[in-house]
Design a protein around this ligand. Structure first.
Ligand SMILES: Nc1nc2c(ncn2[C@@H]2O[C@H](COP(=O)(O)OP(=O)(O)OP(=O)(O)O)[C@@H](O)[C@H]2O)c(=O)[nH]1
Ligand SMILES: [Mg+2]
Length: 267
């Protein structure tokens, strides 16, 4: 078992070596093309360097109860809830990462309920993602095995298109004494699919911010700074015009807790 502090970076394999080599992999050179138009400082800021503001869509996929909402909440609010409340459809979280000297990167997290795998909406949720985090619970082997299906949906959605940056996330690392997935299996999945990979704990917060900082820097195509240099900040709510609930899930019944939540959670 590797130590807690270790992050398993993506293996830079040639496309031809990968299982899905016919697909176009995430290409950092073009990652900023869609939404990441750099914004230049105003005329009054002549002395300042350009300020680069970018926003990226990051989706969390994986079985129910693996901890996707907990990861999103840890990142956006630095909080953790022991109680399980199933996500129906999709919830949104947002947080800005400030990377000196002049990068303001907003990550818009789409926390997709595990039950959505059977929903007609799932490809809509996945579509347009700049980064995909494939999450499993290290104490639950089935949740790891099922990532084949989740990743299959990603491949299908991005068929003939450039794949987003994708990472494998083993969550609940605080319970590593109960692990049901060998580190070799974790690494093999990441290698075969040419993904970055992380082991983290939404509960303790271990590796959560490091992971999102890495995702942000990779998408923005900037070198990863030392953690101390990076700050995060409150951002104004982004209203997302999106069908929030899928009628095909739970016969269209929306649980009370989701009705009371806003579209975005601001940190
Ligand atoms: N010990 C431990 N428990 C965790 C961790 N992350 C989440 N949990 C717990 O696991 C349960 C499920 O977490 P959620 O974040 O709601 O899971 P989810 O993946 O969003 O589930 P769905 O919304 O059904 O897709 C909750 O009881 C959490 O408190 C973790 O890192 N360690
Ligand atoms: Mg959830």
């Amino acid at each position: 078992m590797k130590s807690t502090g270790q992050i398993f970076e993506s293996l830079q394999r040639k496309p031809s070596e990968g299982k899905n080599s016919s697909l176009t992999r995430f290409d950092m050179a073009t990652a900023r093309g869609d939404v990441a138009e750099p914004k230049t400082a105003s005329a009054d800021d002549n002395d300042l360097d350009d300020i680069h503001q970018m926003q990226f869509k990051v989706i969390l996929l994986g079985d129910g109860a693996v901890g996707k909402t907990s990861i999103a909440r840890r990142f956006s609010e630095n909080q953790f809830n022991q109680m399980y409340k199933q996500t129906v459809g999709v919830d949104f979280f947002i947080r800005r990462i400030n990377i000196p000297p002049n990068y303001h990167i907003t990550l818009q997290l789409w926390d997709i309920g595990g039950q959505s795998i059977g929903s007609r909406m799932i490809t809509n949720y996945i579509s347009g993602a700049h980064a995909v985090l494939l999450c499993y619970d290290i104490t639950n082997y089935e949740s790891f095995a099922n990532l084949e299906d989740w990743y299959g949906l990603v491949l299908k959605t991005f068929e003939n298109k450039q794949l987003p940056y994708t990472a494998l996330i083993g969550n609940k690392f605080d319970l590593r004494h109960l692990t049901a997935v060998r580190i070799e299996q974790h690494n093999q999945f990441a290698e075969e699919n040419e993904m970055a990979s992380y082991l983290m704990s939404a509960k303790s917060g271990d590796q959560v911010h490091q992971c999102f900082n890495k995702v942000a820097c990779t998408l923005a195509k900037i070198p990863l700074k030392a953690e101390n240099d990076i700050s995060t900040s409150v951002v104004t709510a982004t209203i997302i015009d999106h069908q929030r609930h899928d009628e095909s899930v739970n016969d269209g019944v929306v649980p009370e807790y989701t009705k009371t939540r806003n579209v975005c959670i601001l940190s």
